[in-house]
Design a protein around this ligand. Structure first.
Ligand SMILES: [Zn+2]
Ligand SMILES: [Zn+2]
Length: 214
């Protein structure tokens, strides 16, 4: 399994290409926009994009989904159905945040806790981690000890919870009860900013670490 982070949109959202070495099949996680750049990177790397995986349906993560899926005939996996109201709101989000106009889409599959997604021979577990949005999911590759956590957790910070149906307590519980038990050594790719490990966040994150209040 290999991956490459491609920051996209004005929010510098971490879109991530993950691919299977053997088959050279790739999934695009959170194509917020700049889909030409994503396709160019895939071409450069010699991988063929087959699927889109979504952690949640905020525009900086999902804004390019409809156009990319149509252009390449891709299946759309996720997020959890609780984020449908965010998908329906994408056209309004695009006007609000000055994004290129963007269409509503229907995921090929809603994801829920315990599901798996697969690209080539690489399998990721799906964890439902609400709090930032109610339908937020995380993709976890146990063999590689790697998680793609979207806007649940960042290096030194956590996701916002002041959006509709956001909830701080729920977010903290998603992090402490679902992500941290995966192990201190697990590396994670957040939706924004640099990578970190769950161990580092347990030690030093002021919002959800072992020494944080809450
Ligand atoms: Zn978000
Ligand atoms: Zn974001």
């Amino acid at each position: 399994m290999q991956f490459e982070i491609i920051p996209v949109t004005g929010f510098q959202q971490n879109c991530t290409l993950v691919w299977c070495d053997k088959s050279k099949e790739a999934a695009v996680v959170d194509p917020g926009g700049d889909i030409d750049r994503i396709q160019q990177r895939a071409d450069k790397l010699g991988v063929s994009i087959k699927q889109i995986w979504l952690t949640h349906a905020h525009i900086d993560h999902a804004g390019g989904t409809s156009a990319l899926a149509k252009a390449l005939g891709l299946s759309i996996e996720g997020p959890h159905q609780e984020d449908d109201f965010w998908i329906q709101g994408l056209p309004e989000q695009s006007r609000m945040f000055n994004f290129p106009s963007c269409e509503v889409f229907e995921p090929s599959r809603w994801l829920t806790d315990g599901d798996q997604v697969q690209i080539g021979e690489e399998v990721f577990d799906v964890l439902h981690c609400p709090g930032h949005t109610p339908g937020h999911v995380v993709f976890y590759h146990s063999g590689e000890q790697l998680a793609l956590v979207g806007d649940v957790l960042f290096q030194g910070s956590i996701g916002r919870t002041d959006f509709p149906k956001g909830d701080h307590k729920t977010l903290i519980s998603s992090i402490r009860d679902k992500l941290f038990p995966l192990g201190d050594d697990v590396r994670f790719i957040p939706g924004h900013g640099p990578m970190s490990t769950f161990g580092q966040e347990r030690r030093s994150n002021p919002f959800c670490g072992d020494h944080a209040g809450v």
